[in-house]
Design a protein around this ligand. Structure first.
Ligand SMILES: Nc1ncnc2c1ncn2[C@@H]1O[C@H](COP(=O)(O)OP(=O)(O)OP(=O)(O)O)[C@@H](O)[C@H]1O
Ligand SMILES: [Mg+2]
Length: 325
């Protein structure tokens, strides 16, 4: 098969003057090279397409691919992750990973939580603050946790996200509203252990290849922040989990995955609540795929699944969906 790759290469954007934080979610050359190699090892030809803009140009010129492997996260707006899959849908080109509706909903953590909760999975009670005066209406139990409603890679999350008083809530919400120009998600704080759970496949064939506990070594607050993610080798310890806690993570992740109609592969982040019960934080239907440093490859590696096998499983699910083989 000729497989096109859509991605946002971080250095392309930095060269155009974007900041490190604006481009935090974007890909390193090593991610694209690793992915390309793994797709070729699975027996396919690859062609780099680039970001949504390059895709548009190529589509209008009539370029075609048998399938596109999409890891583009987009730059601006609530539909930034949906743009590439929506374009590919309208040109009837098959692609790997979830469609535009799932990516749009998953990017808004409050929308995702509504759907996941309705499917029966535990998630912290929450409130969405669109303007500062909204905080008067909040009726949640302290401590709270606040973050921008539609970001990833730990953006807008630091030790100040853990809120212990109404005064702190007001101060941090004001800062996040002005800094990120989007509503703030206020949730009840989950004090327990943190896990990230891998999911591969689609619908009834989806399965959990493994889950890991995330132990942040340096910060007192035990938050998996952008800084911890960047310095993961020193700041974080990852351990594969087994037994009853794994089973709980597995069930919650699969239920959330199916409820949101996520496809082919990704990650679900969870923590335990004050009763020790697994609680959903967020879903990552476009999980990072750097062969060395991204959480999904790390969790697979710690569960004896090499990167090659991870990419082959993702491809297998997409090929089965599109080509019924
Ligand atoms: N309600 C909560 N209670 C306690 N800790 C939380 C809560 N929500 C988030 N966190 C902490 O903040 C971290 C980042 O939150 P979240 O996963 O929502 O952000 P993200 O930036 O989308 O992450 P990713 O890098 O996985 O895309 C979590 O891994 C967890 O450590
Ligand atoms: Mg997360």
């Amino acid at each position: 098969m000729k497989i096109g790759l859509t991605f946002d290469l971080r250095t392309d954007y930095i060269a155009q003057g974007y900041t490190l934080e604006e481009t935090a979610e974007f890909d390193k050359e090593s991610t694209i090279a690793g992915l390309e190699q793994a797709i070729q090892n699975a027996g396919h030809k690859t062609e780099r397409i680039g970001n949504a803009r390059s895709l548009m140009e190529k589509l209008l010129k009539g370029v075609k691919w048998d399938m596109v492997f999409n890891i583009a996260e987009g730059l601006y707006g609530a539909g930034r992750e949906s743009l590439v899959p929506a374009l590919l849908d309208s040109f009837r080109i098959p692609y790997v990973f979830s469609g535009p509706v799932t990516l749009g909903v998953a990017l808004n953590k409050a929308f995702a939580k509504q759907i996941v909760r309705a499917s029966g999975v535990n998630t912290p009670s929450f409130f969405v603050v669109s303007q500062l005066s909204d905080i008067e209406k909040i009726n949640l139990e302290y401590p709270l946790f606040v973050k921008p409603v539609s970001e990833g890679t730990g953006k807008g999350i630091d030790p100040a996200s853990l809120i212990k008083s109404p005064a702190e809530l007001k101060k941090v919400c004001a800062r996040l509203l002005s800094e990120f120009n989007q509503p703030v998600l206020v949730e009840e704080y989950l004090p327990g252990r943190e896990f990230t759970v891998g999911v591969l496949g689609t619908g009834e064939e989806a399965y959990v290849p493994g889950a890991i506990e995330i132990i942040t070594k340096q910060s007192r607050e035990k938050i998996y922040t952008y800084e911890n993610k960047e310095n993961y080798a020193d700041a974080v310890e990852y351990t594969a989990i087994k037994g009853e806690i794994f089973e709980e993570c597995r069930q919650a992740a699969l239920q959330a995955w199916k409820a949101l109609d996520c496809l082919d592969g990704g990650r679900i982040d969870v923590k335990t609540d004050r009763h020790g019960k697994i609680s959903f934080i967020e879903v990552n239907p476009l999980a990072g795929l750097n062969p060395i440093s991204s959480d999904l490859p790390i969790l697979c590696r710690l569960n004896a699944i090499p990167y090659q096998e991870l990419i082959a499983a993702i491809l297998k699910s997409a090929i089965k969906r599109h080509f019924k083989v």
